[in-house]
Design a protein around this ligand. Sequence first.
Ligand code: NDP
Ligand code: GDR
Length: 344
Amino acid sequence: MKKAIVTGITGQDGAYLVELLLNKGYEVYGTYRRTSSVNFWRIEELGIQNSPNLHLIEYDLTDQANSIRMVMEIQPDEIYNLAAQSFVGVSFEQPLATAHITGLGCVHLLEAIRIVNPKIKFYQASTSEMFGEVQQIPQTEKTPFWPRSPYGAAKMYAHWMVVNYRESYGIFATSGILFNHESPLRGREFVTRKITDSVAKIKLGKLEYMELGNMDAKRDWGYAKDYVEGMYLMLQADKADTYLLATNRTETVRDFVTMAFKGAGIEVEFKGNAQDEVAVDKNSGKTVVRVNPKFYRPAEVDILIGNPQKAKDELGWEPKCTLEELCAMMVKEDLRRNEIGFSF
Ligand code: NDP
Ligand code: GDR
């Protein structure tokens, strides 16, 4: 039985990846960090919290000794490092915490592997945010980076350390440059889930309107379940490398708003520009979206769109779920949750 450590089991990707590895017969060690009230709602939603092959272990990525002891005690075959301060907006307010967790944290694990057993395979959750001010459309593994946030800069440091540990010590260390991926398990601070949850609340009369920031930002959105499969495939490849996972399609936040309302049977039209822009329910004439500059970022990533050809050719990976299907799935799930008063 293969053993895997997945850091960040309380997050979206951690939950889905652990589910996938359990289904593949792994013994899985999912890490969570100590807080006054740990929340396992995602693995509970997936019904895997009591799986006999799942071990929940307390771990903080910022603690080097904790990292070494954990790897020494478990002696895993694979480590998937998904833990991070992953919210771009917060990284502008907490740049150093983000650097410690999202940047240096990765190196704690790489060092632990180097010290304990260099044969352990390592996956690092890298990101399209590293492209930032994009130099090429669509982006590929060869596109130069220009991060536009403390989060992007921290992830870029971690990415290059992964490449360096691969080249310097021969460690099987792979970096997956993943574009935005969403699901009903997405955190509500991220724009897609914020939109689908708000649409559900508006539809059910629990909210008058939602407030958003930059509606012109374009993102390449895929389905998280497809993407964790790509992570797994990367560690089963013959050699460690850098792979990009994306759908090669980009849409604006505004497009996603339209799609989500449509999923709830509401047609909207947009009026006004920039900070004065609103979306109005065509049927009732009520304003259902307002722009609030509070949600603008000091620097924005205007457009992301990735070409996953290398992952397709070398790993046989392709996204299966379309954006329409993804959005409809999220709206449906948020309608269900809001009807029963589920609050995550
Ligand atoms: P989430 O924010 O949902 O999950 C992040 C996880 O990291 C949570 O389990 C969180 O724990 C944990 N964590 C945060 N700080 C620490 C710490 N100091 N020590 C240990 N664990 C910690 O992110 P996603 O699941 O969406 O993303 C997974 C990874 O992939 C992240 O690294 C993210 O940056 C990256 N990524 C995500 C993309 C996406 O679109 N989802 C795209 C590209 C990259 P807690 O619950 O306690 O906060
Ligand atoms: P992102 O995701 O920053 O791409 O990072 P997010 O959903 O937060 O933002 C996407 C785009 O939407 C714009 N936006 C808003 N964003 C939020 N959160 N809230 C709003 O109200 C709002 N209005 C407009 C943003 O400005 C941005 O342009 C995600 C995270 O999962 C990272 O960890 C990951 O690395 C990248 O995706 C790829």
